[in-house]
Structure formats: C-alpha cells, structure tokens
Design a protein around this ligand. Sequence first.
Ligand code: NAD
Length: 503
Amino acid sequence: MSILEENMNKARSYMRAASEGGVLNHINGESVPAASGATFDTVSPVDLSVLAKVAKGGVEDIDRAVAAAKAAFPGWSKTPGAERRKILIKVAEAIEARAEEIAFTECMDTGQALRFMSKAAIRGAANFRYFADQAPHAEDGQVTRTPTQMNTTSKRPIGPVGVITPWNTPFMLSTWKIAPALASGCTVVHKPAEFSPMTAKLLVEIAESAGLPKGVLNVVNGFGEDAGKRLTEHPDIKAIAFVGESRTGSMIMAQGAATLKRVHFELGGKNPVIIFDDADIDRAVDAATFMIYSLNGERCTSSSRLLVQESIYEEVTKRVAEVAGRIKVGHPLDPETVVGPLIHPEHEKKVLSYFEKAREEGATIAAGGTKVGEDGCYVAPTLFTGARNDMAIAQDEIFGPVLTAIPFKDEDEALAMANDVQYGLAAYLWTNDLNRAMRMTDNLEAGMMWVNSENIRHLPTPFGGVKSSGIGRDGGDWSFDFYMETVNVSFPRATHKIPKLGG
Ligand code: NAD
C-alpha cells in the first residue's frame, strides 16, 4: 500500500469519528445541535464530497453561548494565573497527543498539504504553552509614586470575548487567539469559518478533556451574516478578535459600534518581496517561492508581489517559473504534495478569474494559469510577468498560489510600488547592502518585515498589519493588552491637604 493510500485510510477513520452525529455546536460543555435544528454541509475540496453536516447556529445559539461564557467568567477570571497555566499546559499536551488526527482532519477540510499541516497541531500546542507561561504574571503592572500618592497599575481580563476565524489554517489560527484569551482569564465564544469547521470541534473537546472548565470555551458554527454578526453585536461580549478579509473587518467594526466593542483585526495582505541585484538570488528565489506556493498561497503573509530589480528580472522570473512548474499539485495527504486543492469551489472560481484578468490586463502567464484535473479545486502554481503595479493582479489579494512579478529600476521605484497598495501586512526585502536595508525598512508600509528571510514567526514579537491589513498586534504582551483592561488604583502616602470648597 502506498503512503497516500495508507494516509487516506487513516483519514477516512478520523473523518468518520469527527462527522459522527454531525459537527455540533459546543455550549457550556455540551455538544448541541443548532436551536433551529438547521444544518449545512461542509465539503472537502479534495473531491467535493460532503464531510459532515454542521450545526447552522444563529442568534439563539450565540445568545446561549454568550450566557455560558458570561456565567463561567467569574470563576475562570478569578482562577489564579498559576492554576490557569497548569490547565493550559495540559491542553497543549493533549493537542500534541492528537496531532495526527488534527493534521489529517485539517487536510481533508481545507485542502492544505500534509507536509505543512503535520506541524499545525505542534504550532497550536506551542501557542498554548507560550501564553500559558505568561498567565501567572498577566495581572502585573507597575507602581509609580508621587510625594503624596502611590499608584498601582494592574490588569484584569476584559470579560467574555468573541473569536471569529477564517478558513485558512483554521486550527493554528484559532489557538493563536484562544490561547492568550484563556491565559488572560477571559472566556470565549468561537465562531469558526463556515468552510472549515471541523478542527474547532476537536479543539474544544481536547481542551475540556484536559481540564478546561465547562463554559470557558464555547463554539458556535454558522455563517457570518447571522451567527458572526450576532456575536459582534452582543452586549455581553466585550471584545472581538477577528481574522479575515478587510471588508469583513470594516463590517464588524460597524456592527460592534453600538456596544463600543474593542476590536483586534488581522486582515488581508498583498505583500511585496523586493529583490535587489546585490541579493543572494538563490536564497531569494527559494524564499519567494516558499512564501507564495506553500499553504496553497492561502496565507495572509504570502509574498504575492515579486518586485525585482531590472538587471536580474529575467533571471529571477525564469527561475521562479521553473520552480512553479516543478511543484507537485495533488492530494493533500500525499507526502510529496506541495499545493493541494483550494478551500472551496467558490474560492477556486475567484482565483481562476484572475487568470482571465491577467490576460485582459496584458500580463504574461509565465507559469501555471490553469485548473489542474477535473475533480476537486486544484489550480496550478502560477506566475504572472510583465505586470504593472496598477493592475488588479498586483492590487487585489488573490489568496491562491499566484504570484505577480514587476520589474523596478531603483530603490525609489521599489519603495513607491511596494507601498502603493491598500494593504500593509508584511514585506520581504532581499539586499546585502545594510544601509539600503535600513532606508527601505524605515519607509516600507508594513507591520512586519523580514530582511533576507522568509516569514519566521517568533511568538514574543508583534504580529499584525498597518493600513487595511489590520488593527492591533498579537504576540508577547500585545495579546494580553488586548484581552485585558489596565486599571490604576491610587493610595494616599500621607494625610495630604484636600481642597475645601464652600467653606
Ligand atoms: P472572511 O472575512 O470571509 O471570513 C472570516 C470569518 O468572518 C468567517 O468565520 C466568517 O463567517 C466571518 N464573518 C463574515 N461576515 C461576518 C460578519 N458580517 N460579521 C461577523 N463575522 C463575519 O475571510 P475568509 O475568506 O474566511 O479568510 C481569508 C481572509 O483572511 C484573507 O483576506 C486573509 O488575508 C485573511 N487572513 C488574515 C490573517 C492575518 O493575520 N492578517 C491571517 C489569516 C487570514
């Protein structure tokens, strides 16, 4: 039996277990159907088969979940940080113990290749460990003194929060939000993406089996316009951590305005990788192709615009096209596969439409530009050359394995093009000139920049974007600042003179 067949057999048994009885909501420690009884199908992009029936939550389900999160808040928020840490470390261990199941489920639900998803659970567990370790001192602040007053600043969890996640790498992304929220002492209502609901169910089951009290983490499946919207409008939800498209972020901001919701947004990107002619071209090509063709290009920090200095443009684009042509597109459970099927036929249609747009706009398709096979949502790793920065293929977030290459003359032109998009999430810069790297990074409009490197995440560093790419930062203490309120208490140090009025 081939490794692929072996993996498919394993996947079938995991999917049977996961879909048994449907993917239900999880409220106050119980798996429950939607109050209305409604369901929707979740479809595998591998072959468009129905993986499971999913509870289609709405207003009533969100209200129940928020009530559970509200009831659990006093207990969880007052649980000592050291105790919360212990529970969250157990959650991390339980995630690791079920790493294969999580990876296989994620592959079948999202189409992401196993070579990348095999690390999804490990990274999810790392998120729990990292934030768990900060729980014991999360409340700490500072003391400042004046001759008459002693001010003590401390932090306290903001309350029940809503977490709304997208369909790309859903397990890892949700742990990134849920772990710091729980470590802070908040309780959570999670609304996973409708295209990829399967691993959210695993996470809550794993967390409760590891000792997370009932009601601390609740999951309501459903669509953005009903379940998602209600969560953002609910008066008992104090903050919304959202990862998704920029236009959804602005809708959420409007929906949350009436209840003055605190928001944290991680939104879209159209991230440049800028290669100067003094760079190490071998490494730059490897990094650029990795950042656009791994994870199906369905990645917010993907390097989707390739800006290359004129003198090396032909060589770099030729080499990128060769890599794109060699990449294996195939079943996500095949260990050789790099690019699996895109998440959903709707998204595939969007990505394919940009092949047409590229032709209409006069760009050249130097690699890919086609659908692969008849079944499933497979598209070829694609490179557009001869593009201009004002074309839709250079401005829009395509969110697939699709790269747009544009030549530039000099530093000024590279910088102007890099910044001339609505987004500002990440930028990748390749040069061996230190002064140029300083000048460029001082002026690039991006929340995160990597010099001579692909994206390497370090949890204590801030993650987030500028412009339409987001509001707020994740990672390190930034996550705690979002999930906690900072309060100040002032004590008199002496019997000071109080102003007397009317006397
Ligand atoms: P999306 O915005 O369509 O959906 C994300 C989530 O929002 C889903 O759970 C959806 O149901 C919910 N939603 C939709 N409308 C809503 C509403 N009116 N109120 C409340 N919730 C609503 O995004 P997507 O297509 O699932 O994900 C892809 C996007 O996510 C891309 O733009 C990508 O760049 C972005 N993303 C950003 C980061 C980052 O860190 N910046 C990370 C991953 C993905």
